[in-house]
Design a protein around this ligand. Structure first.
Ligand code: SAM
Ligand code: SF4
Length: 466
């Protein structure tokens, strides 16, 4: 038997990349690779990159500088270390990486991970490999499913990709170019994946896609199923107690999704719905194809269906041409909606996107100042949202032992971490917790009812009749 080869994988960016990293690990497991947390020990290092903002892609080149040192050190001990650049920077800058970074053996775009074993064989044979095509075959049909032990090691919550790519072409965004056009996986394949996960202890599924509510995969009836219908079906799978999805576009919120929030208790009342700006003029320049009023209307439809629903969002400040009035409209929108949290970013021009050609740029100083003002407002809303939970009894899905001895940590429906003193038996259960205090972003509480004990076998002689 040959010793296992060690794989170190580092992911940047979105949930999709976290999920893709797991699928790369699953693809390389049959090749004898096991994961290691140490770069120095690794025979193979994969950087799973993000291209969404300039800072994200710059990180790749500085990381490659560090990896050159590690690769040279391995070579001195007679060991070959291969370096792979995967993800969206690989897709967007493949040839440039090969030219600029001789340390890299393989560059592979997100649609070609199922070809990793062949690309590595090519690199082992002394060549360098680049694959950034959008192959005709669907990679999901070729990626091996995770092994039961790998599923169990990853815990009780799992992502499942149901949709990839985006056809929206927001003028600031690289995703349509790096991930390609929208593709939805068939319902039957997703059901198989979720059943396999549930059979191995997963209790919570987050369906992911760049434009997840644009999902329209083929259903068992041969017709395209919308996201709401898919979620309703997945909720029937034994063992699945919580469902989530991310990231949604306000224009693709159709009625089955609203109905699912009304009718499916496992679907959590917590929705990430990016809006980017509160100014109709800027939304137009961004090609979002909706107004602030359209967005409010969508929020109202969700709230009418489920009153306890809460929202998070994404915002970009300093989009070219954004003036004080536009920015004030963003602050007004945030104030009016009242978010449970949100991400806000400074606009970063991305080569090849239409907005990169816009001339009327906003100065770095103004962007910084607007980002601070927006984040202060969002932070105050988030703190108020978390503080409002104190005194309530809420369902918590318990995930793992916490750092403090004796404490178990789980998540509320709004993904707030909640800690209780309890035994590890409660991991994987949803239990009501009375929340008593808040420490930064973590809630502390006590179990409101005793956990369900595993059933004791009943001795045959003690069976009693009514
Ligand atoms: N599909 C989602 C949507 O419709 O908003 C999000 C996709 S993107 C991976 C995540 C977030 O990154 C976006 O919502 C946007 O706020 C931010 N983003 C994308 N391109 C950006 C850019 N060029 N500069 C700054 N932020 C950007
Ligand atoms: Fe990018 Fe999202 Fe717009 Fe698609 S909808 S182009 S992923 S920001």
């Amino acid at each position: 038997m040959t010793a296992p080869r060690k794989l170190h994988i580092k992911s940047y960016g979105c949930q999709m990349n976290v999920y893709d990293a797991q699928r790369m690990v699953d693809t390389l497991a049959p090749e004898g690779f096991v994961e290691t947390s140490s770069v120095a020990d690794a025979d193979l290092v994969i950087l799973n990159t993000c291209h969404i903002r300039e800072k994200a892609s710059e990180k790749v080149y500085s990381e490659l500088g560090r990896l050159r040192v590690a690769k040279d050190a391995a070579a001195l001990t007679g060991r070959q270390m291969n370096i792979v650049v995967a993800g969206c920077v690989a897709q967007a800058e493949g040839n440039e990486i090969i030219r600029r970074a001789p340390v890299v053996d393989v560059v592979v775009g997100p649609q070609s991970y199922h070809h990793l074993p062949q690309l590595l064989a090519q690199a082992k044979a002394g060549g360098r490999a680049l694959e950034t095509e959008f192959p005709i075959e669907d990679k999901f049909g070729f990626l091996p499913p995770p092994k039961p032990a790998a599923i169990r090691a990853r815990g009780i919550s799992s992502f499942v990709t149901v949709q990839e790519g985006c056809d929206k072409f927001c003028t600031f965004c690289v995703v349509p170019y790096t991930r390609g056009s929208e593709v939805s996986r068939p319902v039957a394949k997703i059901i198989d994946d979720v059943k396999r996960l549930a059979d191995n202890g997963v209790r919570e599924i987050t369906l992911i896609g760049q434009n997840v509510n644009g999902y329209h995969g083929e259903g068992p009836d041969g017709r395209p199923w919308p996201l709401g219908t898919l979620l309703t079906r997945l909720a029937e799978i034994p063992g699945i107690v919580r469902l989530r999805y991310s990231t949604s576009h306000p224009r693709d919120v159709e009625e089955t999704l609203i109905e699912a929030h009304r009718d499916v208790p496992a679907l959590m009342p917590f929705v990430h719905l990016p809006v980017q700006s509160g100014s109709d003029r800027i939304l137009g320049l961004m090609n979002r194809k909706h107004t602030a009023k359209d967005y409010f209307d969508v929020i109202e439809r969700f709230r009418d269906a489920r009153q306890d629903i809460a929202f998070t969002s994404d915002f970009i400040v300093g989009f070219p041409g954004e003036n004080e009035e536009d920015f004030a409209a963003t602050l007004a929108l945030v104030t009016q909606i009242g978010y449970a949290g949100a991400y806000s970013f400074k606009y970063s021009p991305r080569p090849g996107t239409p907005a990169a050609d816009l001339q009327e740029t906003v100065s770095a100083a103004v962007m910084d100042e607007r980002l601070v003002r927006l984040q202060e407002l969002i932070d105050s809303q988030q703190s108020a949202f978390n503080a409002a939970a104190i005194g309530n009894t809420v369902d918590v899905l318990f995930e793992r032992a916490a750092r403090n001895p004796g404490q178990i940590v789980g998540r509320t429906p709004y993904l707030q971490p909640a800690h209780v003193m309890a035994s590890e038996d409660i991991i994987g259960q949803v239990l009501p917790v009375t929340l008593t205090s808040l420490e930064r972003y973590s809630l502390l509480g006590t179990l409101a009812t005793p956990p369900i004990q595993p059933l004791q076998p009943v001795p045959s002689h003690s069976v009693t009749g009514a």
